[in-house]
Design a protein around this ligand. Structure first.
Ligand code: SAM
Length: 238
């Protein structure tokens, strides 16, 4: 996806854009390429691939939920900033917290924040389960991309979402994950509102965005220790 196609496609998502946002993306892509040589941040480093698989893919969350209606969002396991950093560039109404366990990735995220002068971004170098335990019922929206099985990311995210807030993970194929997460969904007090299925342009790969609404306050036993969560996952997987 070249720069012109990216601009058109982002407008199609009903996102209000200005030239400065795309200038920031250009700088972001340049820095990603430079830092990737030292830090191995991502396998996607060609300009047109970054536009499609990082920038456009991140913004597709707007297909599922209208981000203009909310005040804060947390993206955990954000890696080099996807989707959260891109959302912060385009949605100035949002205060965006990025959680990432890897310290080198956090150094890069801080460089992007400074270089792009993004005042609405906060970077937290922690494991999501530790952060979530200490920051309960804080966010309107939690999201993540390519972090773990649905059942695991539900447990990591739901404690930090406000009642009536949403968990909106960006997924590829979900095949068995919904089925395997049914008991966790029920137990933790959320419900599936909608699943948006679409193809990423150009390469036509499958995408699913799941919209989960938090109904009740989360029991303090969640999130459990990571090894406990993973151990249980082995039992639910088909
Ligand atoms: N979300 C980014 C993307 O889609 O490009 C990065 C995906 S990468 C495959 C997964 C990232 O999640 C890694 O950067 C890893 O360090 C981070 N991660 C995995 N488990 C985590 C946890 N429990 N807490 C915080 N970060 C975590």
């Amino acid at each position: 996806m070249n720069d012109k196609e990216l601009k058109e496609k982002v407008k199609d998502l009903q996102i209000i854009v200005d030239e400065e946002m795309f200038t920031k993306l250009k700088k972001y892509a340049e820095l990603l390429k430079i830092w990737n040589e030292k830090f191995n941040l991502t396998r996607i480093i060609e300009k047109n691939d970054i536009n499609l698989k990082h920038f456009y893919d991140s913004l597709c969350i707007q297909k599922a939920i209208n981000l203009y209606e909310y005040n804060n969002l947390v993206d955990f396991g954000t890696g080099a900033g996807f989707p959260g950093m891109v959302l912060a560039i385009f949605f100035k109404n949002l205060k965006v917290d990025l959680i990432e366990a890897n310290t080198k990735k956090c150094l890069f995220l801080n460089e992007i924040k400074e270089n792009l002068q993004l005042e609405n971004v906060n970077i937290i170098n922690k494991r999501a389960e530790d952060y979530s335990k200490e920051n309960r019922e804080k966010y309107d929206i939690a999201t993540c991309r390519a972090v773990s099985h649905l059942s695991t990311i539900i447990e990591l995210s739901v404690p930090m979402i406000k009642i009536n807030g949403f968990f909106v993970p960006l997924k590829g194929e979900i095949k068995d994950e919904i089925e395997e997460s049914k008991s966790k969904i029920k137990e933790i007090g959320i419900k599936i509102e909608k699943i948006i299925n679409y193809k990423l342009p150009i390469e036509n790969s499958t995408r699913n965005i799941i919209i989960l609404k938090k109904i009740t306050k989360t029991d303090h036993k969640y999130p459990r220790e990571y090894n406990k969560i993973i151990k249980d996952l082995k039992n639910v997987k088909k």
